[in-house]
Ligand binder design. Structure first.
Ligand code: PLP
Length: 399
């Protein structure tokens, strides 16, 4: 059931809330795709997009979701029979791994479990054990949206450099872009994949692959690259349609233009990161209080390795599903499911839920979601510590 009064709030970790401004920007007749406004707005849009990823290198745009960006990125620099090293800290790391395997790539997995970040020492050891440099790329998920673990990209780069290994560093930034600080050039990522529907506040349907000049060189050495996924023309088109390998995602482009304007108006990407960090600290303060007595627990213990875009919670079956149902039916707040957390004891991951706090979020939305959780804990008689809402309000007061 959906409540028909007030605004429902889908607080899942993507797709995120679409700003009215973005919706309005998309609500218009179809434009001419051969000349005029849409064609003319592309260079600035590409520049602003690169600024959000903190890169001076290249970007290719695809009409796709994040899975498309995964395949696009791999298709340009990795061929069947090649080897990659995949660093997994949750469901999405494994998802990218499976995508690579389906493309005939040999994947060496380093699994760090569901609660702790990538250990760079293990990365260095794995790369040192590859003196012939058969590993062509290291796959890393910056923020794994299932576990809410945030990995340290710069540390992984440092481990690769310490091992003297030439592999490309490929980073999944789908959840983190526009939420958690990400520095593509500064942290030495060669490829970064992103999508429109999380921190970038645009409906699902557009994906981005940022790539360094080094990655572009690797692409040039490939014997065969899928015509559709090939990033070469998309990143350096002579004709407008080459940006998209065909018809442009017309309305998504207007939506993205508006979203990038909103980021600029807020004060640029640093201001956006600071807002996410502030709101995330308020959310963690509340969860810390609730966790003080009762079954609720944040999945990631170390705040330094928690994402500012999503928080994954453990509460024990069946409370996670019961709480999600209650907040949606009684308060109009939809919480995220426990993704990738299934076990023999909890085959449907009923003991987990997630709160998305990515993109178009502010203090009243966060306080509203937390209040709904508080009410749900009370209504369902789930034991919890006191003072959570007070603690969140305190953090918000420290603006
Ligand atoms: C959402 C997400 C994906 C998948 O994106 P889709 O658009 O659902 O295909 C991949 N990786 C991460 C980290 C994500 O958050």
């Amino acid at each position: 059931m959906t409540l028909c009064f007030g605004r429902p709030y889908v607080a899942i970790p993507g797709p995120s809330v679409i700003p009215d401004r973005v919706l309005r920007a998309m609500h218009r007749p179809g434009p001419n795709i051969y000349e005029g406004e849409l064609v003319e707005m592309m260079p600035a849009l590409i520049g602003d997009l690169k600024a959000v990823a903190r890169t001076r290198h290249n970007v290719a745009i695809y009409i796709a979701n994040g899975h498309g960006a995964w395949e696009a990125a791999l298709s340009n620099v990795i061929g069947p029979g090649d080897t990659v090293l995949s660093l997994c800290t949750g469901r999405f790391g494994h998802g990218w791994t499976e995508m690579a395997e389906a493309l005939g790539v040999h994947v060496q997995i380093e699994d760090f479990g569901m609660r702790t970040p990538v250990d760079p020492n293990r990365v260095e050891t794995a790369l040192r054990a590859d003196p012939d440099h058969r590993i062509r790329a290291v796959l890393l998920t910056h923020v794994d949206t299932s576990t809410s673990i945030k990995n340290d990209v710069a540390e992984v780069r440092a481990a690769m450099d310490a091992a003297g290994h030439p592999a490309l560093l490929m980073v999944d930034c789908i959840a983190s872009i526009g939420c958690d600080q990400f520095e593509m050039d500064g942290w030495g990522a060669d490829v970064a994949v992103a999508a429109s529907q999380k921190g970038l506040m645009v409906p699902p349907g557009m994906a981005f692959v940022f790539f360094s000049d080094k990655a572009a060189q690797v692409r040039k050495g490939m014997t065969r690259v899928s015509r559709y996924w090939d990033w070469s023309d998309r990143a350096d088109p002579e004709l407008f349609y080459q940006y998209f390998g065909g018809t442009a995602p017309t309305h998504h482009l207007y939506g993205l233009r508006e979203a990038l304007d909103m980021i600029a108006e807020e004060g640029g990407i640093e201001a956006v990161w600071a807002r996410h960090s502030h709101l995330a600290r308020a959310i963690w303060a509340a969860f810390d209080c609730w966790a003080a007595s009762g079954p609720l627990e944040m999945n990631v213990k170390d705040p330094a390795h928690r994402s500012c875009a999503v928080t994954s919670l453990r509460i024990g079956a069946p409370h996670g599903t019961a709480l999600r149902r209650w907040t949606e039916e009684k308060t109009g707040v939809t919480l995220g499911i426990g993704l990738g957390m299934q076990s023999d004891d909890d085959p449907n991951a009923d003991g987990f839920f997630r709160l998305g706090h990515m993109g178009h979020v502010n203090a009243p939305m966060v306080m509203g979601a937390l209040s709904s959780i508080q009410s749900g804990l009370m209504a369902l008689n789930i034991a919890h510590g006191a003072g959570a809402l007070e603690a969140a309000a305190q953090v918000i007061s420290e603006a």
